[in-house]
Write a protein that binds this ligand. Sequence first.
Ligand code: SF4
Length: 569
Amino acid sequence: MEMRVWRADVAAQQVWTEDVPASWERLGGRGLIARILLDEVPPTADPMGPKNKLIWAPGMIVGHMVSSCDRISVGAKSPLTGGVKESNAGGTTGLKMVHLGIKALILQGALPTSGTWVLYLDAQGGRFVPAEDLAGLGAYATGQRLLERFGSKVGIALIGPAGELRLAAACITNLDKDREPARKNARGGMGALMGARRLKAVVIDAAGGTKPPLVDAGLFKAGQKLYTTELMAHPQTAIYRDYGTAALAAVCDSLGALPTRNFSSGHFELVDQISGEALRDTMLARPDSCDISHACMAGCTIRSSNVFGSADGEKIVSPLEYETIGLVGSNLAIGDLDSIGRLNHQINDIGLDSIEAGAALGVAAEAGLFAFGDAEAAARLLEEVRRGTPLGRILGNGAAVAGKVLGIRRVPTAKGQAMASYDPRAIKGTGVTYATSPMGADHTAGLTIRANVDHLDPKAQIELSRTAQINMAGYDSLGACIFGGFGFAKATGAIRDLINGRYGWGVGDDYLQELGKATLEMELAFNRAAGFTPADDRLPEWMTTEPLPPTNSVFDVALEDLDRTLQWS
Ligand code: SF4
């Protein structure tokens, strides 16, 4: 189908399509979102107001089930950071949208004052469907009802109660390939923007749709084959297949970077109970309820996801990932996987980003609202978020708000967004990314943990972070999973062939870097116009003075080095 721009206005109850503007044609995913924001959203706009727009943009090579490359980007001016935001997810939304010819879906217009709506998209166009019965429902029940209503083959992007409450830690949740609402556009509060327009879900019925055309199918297939071969040969692919992202728990702990008790230590005494090895052993002992290697989207050969269940055969959550194990486990001093899994399920059902929720709970524990290690008390606080009590709204607006209200100074955020499960005092390259990324603290913007460097050396991190940030901005524009980088890094020419095979643009071997730089330049321009200055590219002052046990390291990367991180011309 011809790729077009789709627009939806809930207040006006209108959905229409437009030609793709020439300046948007060579963009996709994260890069396209940055372009649309620059073109259509005033950078100083109120993120929760009518001038902001919520944008879905599938990556540029989405549509042909290239392994791990069918991701969906969602972006807007973030209600959490106040800056540009792109948050991408696996699952099936990206593939379904491309098969309907959706280059971008833009939710815009006045904020409706009543109703709860579902946006239904199919080959005939789009329409709004009343959905009052879904108001206040959790993500899992919402997914189930929509599948019953619209059939089991649709794609769905939905919000839970947190999004309806317009909380800044609210996510958007997508169906995985098994129709589980499990894959989240987690970061930056994108769910709050669906809630602001009273949109509970987008349902994508791609029946009658088609794969996007290939200008040179032979070239595309050659690029796909080269990439897949290198991906399968990479040793990290096997590690992620066998242990999932949880493999990083022991690695981070050994580096003294595993967030523990609200980022007061980088070592957790119970790490052996929540590590990738522990998770694998637990799942192997529970074959009736667990799947140690699961693909979030059709065609993914890495299969880093999992299904985690209990000893008595009950499914607990899918997936159970390292970031949640860190922020909801060690960060809250909770050392058993069943408790972490149940909290993860609850966070998913409420529709929250588990990183932001775990960080806010860590701040709450430090403030004495509950004892570190008390999973039941953490669950009770999460129910306050679901109910929208004053305390629940404070926590649901993220760690920075919780820290201000509760009077806690040790708040692990950059640009108002919670740090992922890598303490930047012990993995300083990722700290540089947290500080300087236009996205705020976001490990997927440029993770450096796998680099063979001294992670404590403040002088060795700038180029590392810069390279990682450029590559990730490129991958996020292509629609590639972060782990697809294992293959692309070795498969010289694969991205060139995939793009030239799909579009015939004649791009060269440096295309990924060109795309990444162009994307970052647009994002930086948006943030500058929104009022960001170099003073925003900093980590919290306490991280520069408070030593992190056991390395007793502080974040001591020079400010002038931070300021040159994203300079390249
Ligand atoms: S590697 Fe994991 S996160 Fe990436 S696409 Fe595959 S299952 Fe999804």
